[in-house]
Design a protein around this ligand. Structure first.
Ligand code: NDP
Length: 410
């Protein structure tokens, strides 16, 4: 039953539902009536949306071609060691400087044009993302065994290769980090500007904007750490991750900000200020948990965690070539309290940027509800992956750190 749902049911259902849902959400978020005609009108985009999206993609691509520092990711299950461009923060600030310059010095106001064109922009991104996924599906596999016996649609959905490249650029760095996450930032900035134009300044809308901005700056600062996360080490480049980052992130992750343009926040300043403070603390804690693991791994366990030598389990596993390898699993600090405390702080932060939409219906909370499901599911996906990799060593680790997300409860 589980296999049927996973391999046969989820791919076609998700493909149809999520691809179409994007257009439905853009209409709903701006108070339009959702009709088939309205959905279809955004689907192919228009000349302006194609121009804006193409320029944005070319800009992202150029930044991955600029000569400069690179960083290596962990070897894939097939033994390939990916090399990434290490200029995320410069790319972030250069992009935002360019967008702000356009806003302040030209008559073309990107913020209001972007807001007006959202259905077409998402339609354009949809066409590009689906074309890319189809191309990736047709590429030869670097792990033919990984596809054997699986339905074609599932391979399209999951992806075929771990680290495919296009013209020498790593596809996942381009789609996830450079297009998806930067589009997220540009969009929430645009929606905040338009909300000021329409509704005046509101601390509630500002809170939603600032928390996402701080989170995204943190992301680009920490981009090298992202290459060690399960998006990169476990997920192959296919519909799930590439379409997800090219279309779902710009549409859905930005949805609270988008919604607050048409639906003026009703939350008072004192509540918004408290939420802002809790949200900033959550970003800091989420970063600290991830950084603790990163420092531990980089120092090969020779570091102090909360002032004491790191405690850990030495786990052995057999890699793709049959060689026996060693890995360390941290069992002190945040990582001794629960196996995924980073997800708790991520969820707390997300709740904080959704709460300013309190009193405006369920729309502002869609993202939080979605992320809750995604991260709980991810806990189990990661568990399956670690169990497969470390076997009995992972069982020992789970005995030492028995809780998944909430110490003492789950
Ligand atoms: P983790 O950062 O928890 O990484 C999991 C991997 O880390 C495991 O597969 C394992 O890899 C290694 N690991 C697990 N436990 C330990 C340990 N005790 N000591 C050392 N290594 C360990 O998960 P994610 O990659 O999912 O998340 C990274 C960040 O991204 C988080 O902050 C998360 O909140 C955020 N995120 C955000 C999402 C969003 O959509 N907003 C979605 C998903 C994540 P191995 O041993 O093989 O190296």
């Amino acid at each position: 039953m589980y296999d049927f749902i996973r391999y046969r049911l989820v791919p076609p259902v998700f493909l149809v539902v999520f691809t179409g849902l994007v257009q439905v959400l853009t209409l709903y978020g701006r108070g339009r009536i959702v009709t088939l005609e309205a959905i279809a009108s955004g689907f192919r985009g228009n000349a302006e949306s194609w121009t804006l999206v193409s320029l944005f993609i070319v800009w992202a691509f150029i930044w991955l071609k600029i000569p400069g520092q690179t960083t290596k990711g962990p070897p894939s299950p097939t033994g390939f060691v990916p090399v990434y461009k290490d200029n995320g923060l410069s790319y972030y600030f250069a992009t935002m400087a360019g967008v702000l310059a356009l806003e302040l010095t030209t008559s073309f106001q990107p913020s209001s044009r972007i807001y007006e064109l959202m259905p077409q922009i998402l339609g354009t991104l949809n066409v590009i993302a689906l074309t890319l996924c189809f191309y990736l599906f047709l590429c030869p596999s670097d792990d033919p065994e990984g596809d054997s016996g699986l339905p074609g649609l599932y391979v399209f959905y999951r992806g075929r290769n771990f680290h495919p490249t296009i013209l020498g650029v790593d596809v996942k760095q381009l789609t996830n980090c450079r297009i998806g996450l930067m589009a997220w930032q540009v969009l929430v900035w645009a929606f905040f500007m338009v909300s000021i134009d329409r509704n005046g300044f509101s601390l509630a809308a500002f809170t939603t904007f600032v928390l996402q901005t701080a989170y995204l700056i943190k992301f680009f600062y920490w981009e090298g750490g992202y290459f060690h996360t399960i998006d990169i080490i476990l997920d192959r480049a296919g519909y799930y991750i590439c379409w997800g980052c090219l279309v779902w992130v710009p549409c859905f992750y930005t949805f609270t900000s988008y919604y607050l343009v048409h639906n003026e926040p009703v939350m008072g300043n004192a509540a918004a200020a408290c939420i802002l403070a809790v949200g900033l603390a959550s970003i800091y804690l989420n970063y600290t948990v991830d950084a603790q693991k990163q420092e531990f791994r980089e120092s090969e366990g020779k570091c102090k965690i909360w002032g004491r030598p790191a405690e850990y389990i030495t786990a052995f596993y057999v890699d793709h070539s049959g060689a026996k390898r060693k890995s360390l699993l941290l069992t002190s600090g945040f990582w001794g309290e629960a196996r995924h405390l980073n997800y708790d702080f991520e969820l707390a932060l997300t709740l904080c940027w959704c709460l300013p939409g309190w009193g405006l219906g369920p729309g502002p909370f869609f993202y939080f509800i979605f992320l809750f499901g995604l991260l709980v599911h991810r806990v189990f996906r990661d568990e399956e992956k670690c169990k497969q990799k470390y076997g009995l060593y992972f069982d020992v680790y789970c005995k030492v750190v028995p809780y998944r997300m909430i110490p003492g409860i789950f």
